[in-house]
Design a protein around this ligand. Sequence first.
Ligand SMILES: [Zn+2]
Length: 287
Amino acid sequence: MLVSATEMLKAAVAGKYAVGQFNINNLEWTKSILQTAQENNSPVILGVSEGAGKYMTGFKTVSAMVSAMTEDLGITVPVALHLDHGTYDGAYKCIDAGFSSIMFDGSHYPIDENIEKTRELVGVCHSKGISIEAEVGAIGGEEDGVVGGGEVADPDECKMIADLGIDFLAAGIGNIHGKYPENWQGLNFDVLAQIKEKIGDLPLVLHGGTGIPADMIKRAISLGVAKINVNTECQLYFQEATRKYIEEGKDLVGKGFDPRKLLAPGCEAIKTIVKEKMELFGSIGKA
Ligand SMILES: [Zn+2]
């Protein structure tokens, strides 16, 4: 059964750890992440971007697959199915499709419009027991063609959005989606502390979790970050393992061409990196 992310993130704030959001692209991704969460007794959030939802033929397909898979695999740890960087229309589609959590990303709207749309969606989500994440200020890098520049959120705007009753808040603190540039300045902990002071115990979300050094991740968690989004790293691990399998000619041996064999090393690699992240975030044993 899918649950909202509200309770798992409240517990994370109280326990000073973070729950990973791992984005899914297909059945193999979903299975690898769910199995890793179960094996490590960790809560988990499955993220779905609008692009990935489209790729998997639609949010209804995604929701049905994830619900059925948690049942078939006997998953007992808390699992939230979460729309990542949702548009206004996408948010409604996922609410209808049975997602248990959504992010409405109104960060590209003027703040007043972001507030109005977020307020409306908070009401709809909460009437259905769905958790909602909102965002202030663009986060850098690229996600589904949305480009930003390592931006930093205004703590006062964070407070305005937090006061709408959202369940967790994404705020730019110099983090970037995708691979980090070599001249990256690092996370802005001064701004993070200012935001934390304004919003109290509301869980904070760190996007662009791939490539942030472990010590910065730990410091961010100590300052109130309770959800960390990981996407690119799973893709890179999958790619590297798949490349190795083919370069070693294993697809040419016996039934090595069978997709269940061909994709297996990539799936194992995803499990490895997801477990590493759960260890770093401190969520192991917290289900
Ligand atoms: Zn993001």
